[in-house]
Design a protein around this ligand. Structure first.
Ligand SMILES: C[S@@+](CC[C@H](N)C(=O)[O-])C[C@H]1O[C@@H](n2cnc3c(N)ncnc32)[C@H](O)[C@@H]1O
Length: 364
């Protein structure tokens, strides 16, 4: 390139600077995630919440487990978190400025029943984030997933070997289940799906948080959970009315009127989803006898503009790509394709869960 050409014309300078800022924004965006994780690990939301009113920087620094000379750094962390809208600045009666927790971010409190804190910690665990560095290698190779390149095994095999990771991942899933089911079981359309239904099998149901909430809301329902032995073996089952089954959904799914697949199919390729759905079909009665599969997953808007959270859906799609290789978030058409091949006749999409939907699929 002619050296003189790297010096832009005057009017192009602004665009060039914007383009650089755009790149840098994307280079450093991961620090928004890390700042959020740091806030949770230090207990910042809990500390402000316990204080009962906006907290000055000095009060916050004195209450956190940080060393005294890090107070200035804390102010910089809080500045980013305020700009990310997790906290806001409020003026106290004495005129000082204090940090307040925005109402919706009570979801970051560790003891809140709908806390998303375990989800943040689990999804941002270095063992889970690390394989994302191998995405380009995955594109260039026959490897099953970036996870295979990083660890030589799938995420589920990895969890079976690293029990600390297994627990952190399952706690993340549990927190999502508590959040999602609190919305589902108070939704009359969702509850109506269980009229006349006697039994539910939550396939890949983890430690049972979803099944537990459903069985409490619909007391006549006999709820069971099928998951891998490494997950079921570590569940505290005392005093729990759920039936846990350790097994492999690709081998067999125990019979039930309704099968629930919450956040399962997006982990798998179309071919694997068809195999899982065929096993579900073997487990449930016919449509006439009330058989159905309920899927909780994303339905991607192909135009990417109808859902205000389309950007999050696309990010989750990339998460599925690097974690599982074959897994993906699907459009309505992509869902329909796998339902038909797996032998299901019709389905309805209930957009009742924000980013995700409940998809009710009926066997032919
Ligand atoms: C993304 S998590 C979802 C957990 C739960 N359904 C939820 O929404 O919180 C996927 C679950 O599938 C389970 N799983 C993976 N492979 C499985 C298999 N072959 N058979 C049964 N469960 C499996 C994992 O152990 C994990 O609990």
């Amino acid at each position: 390139m002619d050296q003189a050409n790297i010096y832009p014309e005057e009017e192009a300078k602004e665009q060039l600077l914007d383009a650089q800022a755009h790149i840098w924004r994307h280079v450093f965006y991961f620090l928004k995630s890390m700042a959020l994780k740091c806030a949770i690990q230090l207990g910042i939301p809990d500390t402000i919440h316990k204080h009962g009113k906006p907290m000055t920087l000095k009060e916050l620094a004195n209450s956190l487990p940080i060393i005294p000379n890090k107070a200035t750094s804390l102010s910089r962390l809080m500045r980013l978190l305020v700009s990310s809208k997790f906290f806001s600045m409020k003026t106290l009666a004495n005129g000082e400025e204090g940090f307040a927790l925005n109402l919706s971010y009570q979801l970051l409190l560790k003891d809140h029943p709908l806390s998303q804190a375990p989800f943040v910690i689990g999804i941002l665990d270095p063992r889970l984030v690390g394989p994302s560095h191998y995405l380009s290698s995955w594109f260039e190779s026959e490897a099953e997933s970036s996870f295979h390149i990083a660890y030589g095994k799938s995420v589920w095999e990895f969890a079976g070997h690293d029990l600390e990771f297994n627990d952190i991942f399952n706690q993340a899933m549990e927190s999502d289940s508590r959040f999602a089911t609190s919305l589902l079981v108070t939704n009359n359309v969702f509850k109506g799906l269980f009229e006349g239904v006697e039994s539910l099998m939550d396939v890949g149901g983890g430690s049972g948080a979803t099944a537990k909430a459903i069985s409490e809301a619909i007391p006549w329902l006999k709820c069971s959970v099928l998951d891998l032995p490494q997950v079921v073996g570590r569940v505290q089952k005392d005093g729990c009315n759920l039936n846990f089954v350790a097994g492999d959904m690709f081998e067999a799914i125990p019979p039930a009127d309704t099968v629930l697949l919450k956040w399962i199919l997006h982990d798998w390729s179309d071919i694997d989803c068809i195999k899982i759905l065929q096993k579900c079909k073997e487990a449930i009665p016919t449509k006439k006898q009330g058989g159905k599969v309920i899927i909780i997953d994303i339905v991607v808007d192909p135009q990417m503009n109808k859902n205000k959270n389309s950007d999050v859906q696309l990010l989750l799609d990339m998460e599925m790509m690097f974690v599982t290789g074959g897994g993906k978030e699907r459009t309505k058409q992509e869902w329909e394709n796998i339902f038909i091949i797996a032998g299901f006749s019709d389905f309805i999409i209930l957009p009742i869960l924000g980013l995700r939907s409940a998809i009710v699929v009926y066997p032919s």
